[in-house]
Design a protein around this ligand. Structure first.
Ligand SMILES: [Fe+2]
Length: 261
């Protein structure tokens, strides 16, 4: 969570359960219905399968404990409730252990369309369905391990790979492009943009992704489409350190957004 956030982390009770107010449950339900009406046509098969495997619904905000049990049975993945901005090393370590950090607070109605902080709608509705896919988990796990292995100086550039896949990735399904990134799934504004006629989508290429700068506070001016989750996981079997070096040598591609003043 950014340090200037107006949101407060939730604390679980003795049984590990988080409680939510009626208004918070209503916000979850509203977001769920709105996004599903859209995502039924635009989310990839793996995401939609994952959502039903996890039994997510608009009727209840999922509990970390239940999501963990289900993911454990399906892929051995899991989530860990985190209460604030976590250090990069802790983040990478969790991913390397097939676990995803999960904030448990939920956005207020005034932030329905977009919120910079990752809330439980982003983490659980956005990320968790993909954790039911083994190839996706292999990618995430390897990404975490590489991030630990390659050290702090490459993090900024390496994270572009996470950003343009786990957060904003598209996948080709036959003739169509479908979404799997959690930043698209959990944001009505991003979803409309990503699947609209103005969106720019390019085929996924590791070197290009590593050379592509992004901004976190705008809808994405470019998306990358993978061919399959297996192919994505296989990208990390190659020499990523070499690709990072090449990206640094060649420099960034021109930004497709206005630079902050
Ligand atoms: Fe995320």
């Amino acid at each position: 969570m950014p340090l200037n956030t107006s949101y407060v982390s939730k604390t679980p009770d003795a049984d590990g359960l988080f409680s939510y107010t009626e208004e918070e449950r209503a916000v979850w339900g509203l977001l769920f219905e709105r996004q599903m009406a859209f995502l039924t046509h635009h989310a990839c098969g793996a995401y939609l399968d994952g959502q039903s495997l996890l039994g997510l619904s608009g009727g209840a905000i999922p509990q970390v404990r239940e999501v963990n049990t289900r993911l454990g049975e399906l892929t051995g993945a899991g989530v860990e409730a985190v209460d604030a901005l976590i250090p990069q090393e802790q983040f990478s370590r969790l991913l390397a252990e097939r676990r995803f950090p999960m904030a448990t607070f939920i956005r207020r109605r005034e932030h329905l369309d977009y919120i910079e902080e990752p809330d439980i709608f982003h983490e659980c509705f956005g990320h968790c369905p993909m954790l039911t896919n083994d190839a996706f988990c292999r990618f995430m796990e390897r990404f975490g391990a590489l991030s630990l292995e390659l050290g702090p100086e490459v993090q900024e550039r390496l994270f572009r790979l996470f950003w343009f896949t786990v957060e904003f990735g598209l996948i080709r399904e036959g003739e169509r492009l479908k979404a799997f990134g959690a930043g698209i799934m959990s944001s009505p504004a991003e979803a409309r943009h990503a699947m609209g006629p103005e969106a720019v989508a390019e085929p996924f290429d590791l070197l290009t992704v590593l050379r592509t700068p992004y901004r976190i506070d705008i809808v994405q001016p470019v998306y990358f489409a993978i061919e399959s989750f297996e192919a994505l996981a296989d990208t990390l079997a190659g020499d990523v350190a070499d690709a990072l070096e090449a990206a640094a040598r060649l420099g960034d591609l021109p930004p497709r957004f206005e630079l902050a003043a």
